[in-house]
Write a protein that binds this ligand. Structure first.
Ligand code: SAM
Length: 250
């Protein structure tokens, strides 16, 4: 059974509170990194996997996208997105990314922000994305950085090691990780950078960029607490392009 923790009322309230601060983690670090890799959006058909309350969809519409389809497992998130966005060029679907059915070659761009670490098997999802994209179509996604998901202990300090540090362990053990974030028992799936990258390549994508963004000097000056994200990478972002299928030789 797939986890749908964003529909937990307590989790939802906590998460929406967190995201309401525009200078926060997502706005200062994740969004600029993902947005820096986007092609011009005008006239594009865009798929957003794990779209949440539709922030990216709203951005795409402002930039002239022809259509954005947001897919999310959470009913609450999709309701929020539908309440915020009343534009005929946007549609939203409550469906797990793993079960979503795509039409071949129907999108120019697929984006997924901070969702895939909740998905158990990434390879079928990448295959689906490849099917959904036109040739040379763009795929950009961000996940919680594998350095962060390896142990999920968070920042630590002790009498022996008083300096606050982020321990990494069991890096190569690509299994479930359970954490407490707003509620107990939030499940994530740890994968290495190697796995994310090679799964993309094996699915037929050319890697265009890999980013490990942190806050800018300006962002840290405005919000000094963001400086901890310069000490270890909080996010991994990968951008790929769907390669042409090899031609059969006669
Ligand atoms: C951290 S939020 C990010 C939301 C949005 N992408 C953004 O950046 O504002 C992760 C989202 O992924 C969704 N999600 C988690 N597991 C999912 C799955 N298996 N299929 C589809 N959506 C999922 C959650 O419901 C949540 O809306």
């Amino acid at each position: 059974m797939k986890q749908n923790v964003y529909d937990d009322p307590y989790f939802f309230e906590g998460y929406m509170d967190l995201r309401s601060s525009e200078g926060g983690f997502n706005a200062a670090i994740e969004e600029p990194a993902v947005y820096s890799l986007l092609p011009p959006l005008e006239g594009l058909h865009i798929l957003d996997l794990g779209c949440g309350f539709g922030k990216f969809a709203s951005f795409c519409l402002k930039k002239g996208a022809a259509h954005v389809l947001g897919v999310d497992i959470s009913q609450k998130m999709i309701s929020e997105a539908k309440n915020r966005i009343k534009d005929p060029r946007a549609s939203f679907l409550v469906t797990p990314t793993e079960d979503f059915e795509v039409d071949e070659g129907s999108f120019n761009l697929v984006v997924s922000s901070m969702c895939f670490h909740y998905v158990k098997d990434i390879s079928p999802v990448f295959e689906k994305v490849a099917l959904a994209l036109i040739e040379d179509g763009h795929f950009i996604f961000s996940v919680e950085h594998p350095i962060c998901t390896s142990l999920l202990k968070g920042w630590c300090s002790s009498d022996k090691v008083p300096k606050k540090h982020w321990p990494v362990d069991d890096y190569k053990k690509e299994t479930i990780r359970v954490s407490n974030w707003f509620v107990n028992g939030v499940i994530k799936y740890h994968r290495t950078i190697e796995t994310y990258t090679n799964e993309l390549i094996d699915t037929g994508f050319s890697i265009r960029r890999l980013l490990e963004p942190g806050p800018t000097i300006t962002a840290v000056a405005e919000k000094p607490e963001l400086s901890e994200h310069l000490r270890r990478p909080p996010i991994l972002v990968l951008a790929g392009t769907k390669k042409a299928q090899p031609q059969d030789y006669v």
